[in-house]
Design a protein around this ligand. Sequence first.
Ligand code: PEP
Length: 251
Amino acid sequence: MPRQKFVAGNWKMYTSSSSGRVLAMAIASGVEDDRVRVAVCPPFPYLAVIAETLKGTPIALGAQNVYPAKEGAFTGEVSADMLRDVGCRYVIVGHSERRHGLGEQDDFINCKLRLAMEAGLDVILCVGETLAEREGNQTNDVLRRQLTAGLEAVSPTVAPRLTIAYEPVWAIGTGKTASPAQAQEAHAFIRDQIGGILGAPAAEQLVVQYGGSVKPDNAAEIMRQPDVDGALVGGASLKAESFLAIVNAAR
Ligand code: PEP
């Protein structure tokens, strides 16, 4: 069975409760059918409000982060159970802005992924190389390390609830995109690695999104690649018009 395309919007630290509601409503009313799986990931404070806005629509809710403990004295952190409680289906882990900006390591990301899965969240695990790593021909080594460590002790049975987002760090928020051929090469490599880690059936099922300056004018060509199953969208997810154009490109 062909893999269903999945487009998710990462709103990062943008929007307000009112602009987020307007954006979510516009996205919900612009998605014509369920051919493409669609999710939005607002900032923590707006999750409950957006959950309410999206009730009864096919648009799913995701969070941008989670803390890897069930509960406890972790001031300022948010657990997977809390995200479930507020209506999230998804959580993003391993985003480069947290790996590189906040120093999150693979083992920490793996703990988040496992606890989130245990709590019933579907996980989007971001992986990707920096420009220096690409120029140093280390892309495959970096992807292998991030996938192997990120999926340590994860059962193949969770594959249907796992999405990998290939996000070359040099393409995030920079306006530079991987060429369709570069994206395809990395995605095929990721699928191959997943075959080794979780087994061939899991690899075949696995949805691998591309992320990095996806815009309406480059989305169709990237998502036409055989191993590109959708997009994780940052900047262009903040306007309904551009996000919907990307969703349409996935159809
Ligand atoms: C992202 O934040 O995951 C992302 C891909 O951002 P942008 O689309 O703005 O490059």
